[in-house]
Write a protein that binds this ligand. Structure first.
Ligand code: CP
Ligand code: NVA
Length: 308
């Protein structure tokens, strides 16, 4: 079964196919105002333990635009693992739908859903990774830069779930990846070791540093995310003291390539990890990136449902 749990589980060819098909669906939708309904009659159940704007709306509309149907289950409705065990939720929900998308706190809950589900499970963000985001991001980079191999992506901030999925995708596709984090907020060493294996195949270079200027040197893409992710709220004050040197501001952007694009998965904490000047400036692709989530979800859904 094609569970979409981590980009690390896909081959470079599968990832590239998802990106290429998503781009075609975006073009088709822009030109004709609709897509061919290749998922007609298919249903998507969306299970959320955390808030969402982009993931919820983009998945729902992606499914509708490909001819399918999607519905949302709020954190309070299902109470995953509280009202009912994760295994039982998986068994029940997969009896109704063709594909499940879930956003959870603990990554093990995604793995458990997948284990007990009779339908493919798509990871809509966990504390470990955010693979749907990375697919939309590399789609956006390909759309802007025309290629992925040999480009350099610099991630500045927390070595978190978003950074993890970007690293996996970059090293699968031959994009160089540099990350600058404060001490104590690095990527999980096991994640980096796995990515190094992918990099040996693809030729990507990986740089880990504590210096944001070293990371963005020669970068084609600068990427940042919130300093405090959902579920870490009790660490907010501590993080606000540690992270300010990692702000993506005009000075940092000027230290990268002249045609660098700036990305952020959103929601942004403006004035913290990114300034208004950069978020709304000429290098920013933030809102195209958010829009592209909708088309990238089409690629992910079609892959999971074996329609591509
Ligand atoms: N980037 C992202 O996943 O946004 P939401 O939390 O709004 O879904
Ligand atoms: N790292 C952030 C991403 C939100 C889309 C979080 O997990 O809250």
């Amino acid at each position: 079964m094609r569970h979409f749990i981590s980009v690390a589980d896909l081959t470079p060819e599968e990832i590239q196919n998802i990106l290429d098909r998503s781009l075609e669906w975006k073009k088709e939708f822009k030109e004709k105002g609709e897509n061919e309904p290749i998922l007609k009659g298919k249903t998507l159940g969306m299970l959320f333990q955390k808030p969402s704007l982009r993931t919820r709306v983009s998945f729902e509309l992606a499914m509708v635009q490909l001819g399918g149907y999607a519905f949302y289950l709020s954190p309070n409705e299902v109470k995953l693992g509280q009202r009912e065990s994760v295994a039982d939720v998986a068994r029940v929900l997969s009896g109704y739908v063709d594909v499940i998308m879930a956003r959870v706190f603990a990554h093990r809950h995604i793995l458990e859903l997948a284990k007990f589900s009779s339908a493919p499970v798509i990871n809509g963000l966990s504390d470990f990774n955010h693979p749907c985001q990375a697919i939309a991001d590399f789609f956006t980079i390909q759309e802007n830069k025309g290629a992925l191999k040999g480009l350099k992506l610099a991630f500045v901030g927390d070595g978190n779930n978003v950074a993890t999925s970007l690293l996996f995708t970059a090293t699968k596709l031959g994009t160089d990846f540099a990350i600058a984090t404060p001490e104590g907020y690095e990527l999980d060493p096991a994640v980096v070791r796995l990515a190094q294996e992918f990099a040996r195949e693809s030729g990507s270079k990986i740089v880990e540093t504590h210096d944001p200027y070293e990371a963005v040197d020669g970068a084609d893409v600068i990427y940042t995310d919130v300093w405090t992710s959902m579920g870490q709220e009790e660490e907010t004050e501590k993080r606000l003291r540690v992270f300010p040197p990692y702000q993506v501001n005009q000075k940092l952007v000027e230290a990268a390539k002249e045609d660098v694009i700036v990305m952020h998965c959103l929601p942004a904490h403006r004035g913290q990890e990114i300034t208004d000047e950069v978020a709304d400036g000429p290098h920013s692709v933030l809102f195209t990136q958010a829009e592209n989530r909708m088309h990238a979800q089409k690629g992910i859904l079609a892959w999971s449902l074996e329609a591509i």
